[in-house]
Design a protein around this ligand. Sequence first.
Ligand code: ADP
Length: 442
Amino acid sequence: MRLRVEQDVFVVRQMGREVARAVGMEQQDQTRLATALSEVGRVMLTFGHGADVTFEAVPSGVPTLRVKVVNSHPGDAAEVRMQLGQVGRLVDTLEVSDDEAGTVVGMARRLPASVPRLTPERMDDIRAGLAQHVPGTPLDELSVQNQQLIAALDEVRAQRDDLSRLNAELEETNRGVMALYNQLSQELEETNRGVVALYAELDEKSEQLRTVSEAKSRFLANVSHELRAPVTAVIGLARLLGDPASEPLGDEQRRQVDLISSSANDLLTLVNDLLDLAKAEAGRIEPEWSEVDLRAVFGQLRGTLRPLATRPEVDFMVEEPSPLSLSLYTDEVLLARVLRNLLTNAIKFTAEGEVRLAVRTVDDDIEFTVSDTGTGIPAELHERIFEEFYQVPRSRAITGKGTGLGLPYARRLVGILGGGLRVDSEPGRGSTFTVRLPLTRP
Ligand code: ADP
């Protein structure tokens, strides 16, 4: 297109919009390109040389529409560039340069990705359409321009309204979030206060418990100590009464004296057990640590317990430690007391099969197992049997009686030695009590 007189600027503007529409640009981009083109045309005309305008569609790569405006007067580039000012913002690229033919202004704008491909046939159609285009008068163009301006202003207003609505929504959301946050932090604070109070109460309760437990231990220790002397006296007196050197007794009298004697013996066992437990609980047991040779301990246990395991249906086995020289750092007397206690129980509750003591090392620990093929203990009572005086209901000892104090005492002692005592057992299949102690001093 030629640009020679002012009126041509309107025609070029119209044609720019038409070309932009024909190659598929959106409405707003059409206006942008048309506006940029009319600005460039207006500026070029002010130099008084006229100009030629060429439209070029680039179909390859990102499809682009290029417009070139050339006047035949080299050397105006710097001035043109200055006057075009903000026009570059309307297109993707705007370049102004001088070449030998004249001053060249090149603009380009990418087409939307969704436009149909610019095939040669389509280009022919576009060209044919444009050739038939009858340019309107400047007044027509002014009217189109006004319409576009109104539409643009409307859009701006709609966007401003949208923006203020969004702002209001955002503010509302913020207020909601703040309220929620305040509520949550209030709740958290309250919960924290509750937790702190609860802890204080717990501390108080455990302090009370400790005091009560100490009082109980003290009481048990005192009472059992005081009971021991009279009970021993009763046993002595009963023995004297039954002594053949004393006055002879009638049959009924002898039976009664035997009854007194056996009851007093039971009582003495109970008193002794209570005293032991009370001492252990009061922390009055100080272990005497030394390197303990297990072979010797096992030998002693074998010797002292064999007389209890008299039933031919039950094999009583104390295995040899392996290696034979196995030793550990502990209190020999307390360890022997624990193992004797467990072995006595096993013998007591086993009618047939075997009772076995074994030892092995596990990592840095040593494990003693006392296993039997006796009555066994239901799973739900595995912890209860370590409570004072607890005895499994209906589990009658095959030999001897008990006080229900042996296991709590054994567990205390193992604790004092720095280890743990646990049980695995199933009714009818037997029980295994395991004492785990550190090999070296804890
Ligand atoms: P007790 O003096 O009654 O033996 P313990 O504290 O030693 O007291 O044991 C508590 C209870 O645990 C026993 O009365 C018995 O019911 C159960 N018990 C302990 N050892 C065994 C075992 N080896 N087999 C079956 N039951 C056992």
